[in-house]
Every structure is written in structure tokens, then in C-alpha cells.
Ligand binder design. Structure first.
Ligand code: AMP
Length: 432
């Protein structure tokens, strides 16, 4: 943990009482056209309330709020992020819980791209916000929404620290050989082109959880984490430190995903531009939104995909084969990088729920000491669990991810750290 703290933040923190640093954390995930939020109890781990505002910028915005077993849904005009955040505050006031009584100790903002600036959480002040803004060219779909959301949230909740948690931070430890692309180094440097990796909050949370569940030291475990959701990525984690990951400059690289292609020869882009008359924006849309399982089979949801396979749909069967083939390729590669693999963990929507994908992925890897026990794999549970047989050298596990809780806990750790620093140094400015 190495929070970037400026003196402006410490001033704001001076008015913040740290004594109740284990109240709740409001986690905000502000996307390009939606804002999702969750009020989290960082100790118990449960979501006290949650919701989302979707279709921002359109006159039929969808607003959903859940609290105490009640769910409210409204269709209203949400012109921009400012309106979305104001609506969220209103939802808390009208439908509960009252934020003033919820003892909100921090607002955690999920930020997709932290570039090379951030290797941990950052208390948001004007300088940090400016850096997030400066990274917009690297994350044009995500960072503008984050900036807009952060600006309004700071205005609406001025008395608590706002903390940015970056998807890229966990992967700032990648070795140079893993994060450098083999292109002209001056061009790469001029345009900040390198592997950043994404889903870092999930990979970090899951690899830490594995160590706690097994009761084994994190620094002694070599792990492969398979985050298989609508977006999907693999990481290799040695002793708690990320050493490889499949997503790159953007979340497009790597595995086959719901709608993203993952790895393709970059020359596909030149070919389409030169011979198919497609613009760069059209190719961007093709590879990000109309490829992956969706592009291959017409469906991106694995429940629908298995139904189509069961009905004998050949295109979908091939799509599933391609998905599994790519996964095995990465497991083999990361095995070679790590040398020894103690644990392979499945997580996220597909990884946690899809026993077929898990079975097909692991099938044929017995010579690497990797296998699953069919009975354990088929068991439905929301608990972290081992699904490999007792005889294997590598454990295969299913561990549910919880990015909101991970963000909330990182925020509490920052708040605690800041509070102890502020107490110790009285009038001195906090470390920059
Ligand atoms: P995530 O992005 O982690 O929320 O994952 C969403 C994806 O998980 C969906 O698009 C589905 O493909 C997959 N998923 C969710 N529930 C199931 C399930 N019960 N069986 C198979 N896949 C599932």
C-alpha cells in the first residue's frame, strides 16, 4: 500500500474523523454511459445498498436502487454524470439508507486506467484527478466517465476522502520483459505504449483470498488466476506479486471474451482498413463489441452458448473450442513463466458458475499435474473451494471475486494509514 497523498488531501482529511474508520464505503464505478454504486460494509463484506444509473445522456435513463430487500426502478431523463450522481444521492435520501447515518468513511472510485502513475490506491485531489484526466487517450471509453463521476462525487460528498482504485495498479510490478512490446522503443515511449493489464483489483483480491483460504503464506504461492467474466484475463502471480497478465495497452488483448476478440494478428487491422474500407472506429467497434463469443456464435452469455451447443449448433461449438483453446494456451505459457504452479483459480461470472468451461479448460492438462475432480467441480456453491482431486501437485480452485469489497477494503486501509499519519504528525503535511 502506497497511497499517493498530497497536502490538499491532508487538509481535507483534517476535517475527517478517523475514529469510526470501519463504517461503510461508497464504491462508485462511473462508466461512459452508466454509474454503478454499492455501499459496502468493509468488515462484514456485504453490500448494504446498491444500484445503477444506466443510459446516461439519453432521455430514457434507467435507475435501479436496492436496499433492505426492496428494489426500485425508474425511467427518467439523465442528461449527464452530474445528474446521475445527484439522482443517486436522492435515491439514498428517499429509499435509504441515509448516508449521513451510514458512517461513510470514504468514497472509492474504480478507475480503469492508472497508467504508470499509480501502483496503489490514490487519495484524489486536483493533482490526482488531473493525472486521471491526462490518461484519457489511453482509455477513451473509460477515463472520461471516471473523471466526470469523481468531479461530481467530490462536490456532493466533500467531507470524506475520495480514493481512486486502479484496475492497472496490481500489474505495475510486471517485469520489463513482460510489459514491453517489441516495437520501436522511441515510439512506444512517446505514446506510453506498454502492457498495463486490467482487472487488477480482482486478480489481487482473488490471489490474496486463495492464500487466506488455504492458510498458506502468499509469498510462497505461485498462482495462475483466470478471471473469466464478460471481459476475461489471466494473470501469473509469484509470491503475491503479478509477473504476467493477458490484457495489454487496453482490455482488448488476450483471451477470447464475451464480445472482444482478444489476441489477433495486428495486421488484421491493416488488412481491414486497406481492403474492407473500414475506418479505425469501425474496426475498434468490431474487435471490442462484435467479436469474441458474440462474433463467433451470436451469443456472448455462456448459458445461451451451452444451450446452442446442446442443440448441435456447429458455429457455437467451434466458438467454445476456440475459447478453451486460447485459455489452455495461456495456462501453458504461464506455467512456463512461473516454473511451478501451486494454484490455478477460476473466478468471475463464467469462472465461478460454469462447470463445463472449467472441465474443458483443465481436460488434458494432467501431465502438468493439473486436473479436476468431477464431483467437486459440479458442486454449486458460493464459497471459495478446491475442485482438484487430492493427488494433484497443483490445486485447482473456484474463488468468487468481489471487486467492490476489494475496493472498500483498500479504501479503509488508506483511511487508517492516513489517520495514523495525521495523528502522529499533528500539523505536519502528510507525505507526498
Ligand atoms: P461478469 O462479467 O463477471 O459479471 O460475468 C458475466 C458472464 O458470466 C455472463 O455474460 C455469462 O456468460 C457468465 N455467467 C453468469 N452466470 C452463469 C452461469 N450460471 N453459468 C454460466 N455462465 C454464467
Amino acid at each position: 500500500m502506497n497511497p499517493a497523498v498530497s497536502s490538499a488531501s491532508s487538509e481535507r482529511l483534517a476535517s475527517f474523523s478517523a475514529n469510526g474508520a470501519h463504517g461503510s464505503v461508497l464504491v462508485i464505478n462511473s462508466g461512459s454511459s452508466s454509474v454503478k454504486y454499492q455501499l459496502v460494509n468493509p468488515v462484514g463484506g456485504e453490500a448494504i445498498a446498491s444500484g445503477q444509473v444506466e443510459r446516461i445522456g439519453q432521455d430514457d435513463g434507467i435507475v435501479t436502487h436496492k436496499f433492505a430487500g426492496n428494489k426500485t426502478t425508474q425511467i427518467i431523463d439523465v442528461p449527464d454524470h452530474s445528474a446521475a450522481l445527484r439522482i443517486i444521492m436522492e435515491l439514498f435520501t428517499v429509499h435509504g439508507p441515509d448516508l449521513a447515518e451510514a458512517d461513510v468513511v470514504a468514497v472509492g472510485h474504480r478507475v480503469v486506467q492508472g497508467g504508470s502513475y499509480f501502483s496503489g490506491p490514490a487519495v484524489i485531489d486536483d493533482e490526482v484527478l488531473e493525472k486521471i484526466r491526462s490518461l484519457i487517450p489511453l482509455a477513451p471509453l473509460h477515463n472520461p466517465g471516471h473523471v466526470a463521476g469523481i468531479e461530481v462525487a467530490r462536490e456532493l460528498l466533500p467531507h470524506v476522502p475520495h480514493i481512486a482504485i486502479f484496475d492497472t495498479a496490481f500489474f505495475q510490478t510486471l517485469p520489463e520483459a513482460a510489459y514491453t512490446y517489441a516495437i520501436d522503443k522511441d515510439v512506444a515511449e512517446a505514446h506510453a505504449i506498454r502492457r498495463y493489464g486490467f482487472h487488477g483489483t480482482s486478480h489481487q483480491y482473488v490471489s490474496g483470498k486463495v492464500s487466506r483460504v488455504l492458510g498458506r503464506r502468499l509469498d510462497e504461492l505461485n498462482q495462475i488466476v483466470l478471471h473469466l467474466g464478460n471481459g476475461a484475463s489471466v494473470s501469473a502471480v509469484r509470491g503475491g506479486v503479478a509477473v504476467e497478465t493477458s490484457m495489454g495497452l487496453t482490455p482488448l488483448e488476450g483471451l477470447v471474451m464475451g464480445t472482444r476478440s482478444g489476441d489477433v494478428d495486428p495486421a488484421v487491422i491493416f488488412h481491414l482498413a486497406r481492403n474492407a474500407g473500414m475506418s479505425i472506429d469501425e474496426i475498434d467497434d468490431l474487435l471490442n463489441k462484435r467479436s469474441g463469443m458474440k462474433g463467433l456464435s451470436g451469443e456472448s452469455d455462456f448459458r445461451a452458448i451451452h444451450e446452442l451447443v446442446a442443440q448441435g449448433d456447429e458455429a457455437t461449438k467451434l466458438a467454445l473450442d476456440i475459447y478453451i483453446h486460447r485459455l489452455k494456451k495461456y495456462i501453458g505459457a504461464y506455467h512456463a513463466i512461473l516454473g511451478r504452479v501451486d494454484v490455478i483459480t477460476f473466478t468471475a461470472g463464467v469462472g465461478e458458475n460454469d462447470e463445463i468451461v472449467r472441465r474443458l479448460t483443465v481436460r488434458g492438462l494432467e501431465s502438468l499435474g493439473i486436473a479436476i475432480d468431477e464431483g467437486r467441480n459440479d458442486e454449486r456453491s458460493r464459497d471459495p473451494r478446491i475442485i482438484s482431486p487430492d493427488w494433484t501437485s497443483t490445486l485447482v480452485m473456484v474463488v468468487p471475486t468481489n471487486e467492490e469489497l476489494a475496493i472498500a477494503r483498500q479504501c479503509v486501509a488508506v483511511v487508517d494509514e492516513l489517520a495514523s499519519g495525521a495523528d502522529a504528525s499533528e500539523d505536519e503535511p502528510a507525505a507526498v
